[in-house]
Design a protein around this ligand. Structure first.
Ligand SMILES: [Zn+2]
Length: 187
């Protein structure tokens, strides 16, 4: 990580988009969570996910190939039905266990603007991670939040949700997806 961070902490970092090679790279574990450069990176991720109406973000998306993600499910313009949770920082996350049963659900990605895909994910996951103070946690998530975790964990191994789309009918433009969402609201 560069010693001189070119981004200040008040304006959202630019997001890399599909085609950028860093999105396909395997991210490295963080050695020292308390390092100021790691703390700045975490602040930038928290700012970027909120500014972009995301529900999660991974460090490679802002050009840092290290194992830090934020999961921040909340109802917003892009995900009106997302459950509300406090933004959670995960450093060096490890999948400990996952349910055998999977479910299909729609996802988007801040690095794949304009597209949504319906992909299978484990219904529940159990995850080990460090928080931003370096404290270890073990957490179980289910449903949409488990889905976000799996999406963000994919970013740390260079995968994108598009890689999991299995048929043409499971891929929609953002416009078509929003039209489908609006027509299904209230049903
Ligand atoms: Zn993503």
């Amino acid at each position: 990580m560069p010693a001189n961070d070119p981004h200040d902490s008040t304006s959202p970092s630019p997001l890399l988009t599909l085609g950028h090679p860093l999105l396909r790279q395997v991210a490295q574990p963080v050695d020292a969570v308390e390092d100021p450069s790691v703390q700045r990176l975490i602040d930038r991720l928290l700012l970027a996910v909120q500014a972009a109406n995301g529900v999660g973000i991974a460090a490679p998306q802002i050009g840092q190939p290290v194992q830090v993600v934020v999961i921040a499910s909340r109802p917003n313009l892009r995900y009106p039905r997302a459950p509300l949770m406090p933004p959670t920082v995960l450093v060096n996350p490890r999948l400990v266990a996952a349910s055998e049963d999977t479910e299909l659900g729609w996802e988007g990605c801040l690095s794949v603007p304009g597209w949504r895909g319906r992909v299978p994910r484990h219904r529940t996951v159990e995850v080990d991670y460090l928080d931003r103070h370096g404290r270890p946690h073990r957490q179980v998530w289910e449903g949409f939040v488990a889905r976000i975790f799996q999406h963000e964990a994919d970013h740390l191994v260079g995968k994108l949700f598009l890689d999991h789309v299995r048929s043409e009918t499971d891929r929609l433009s953002e416009t078509a997806y929003q039209a489908m969402e609006i027509s299904s609201l209230g049903k």
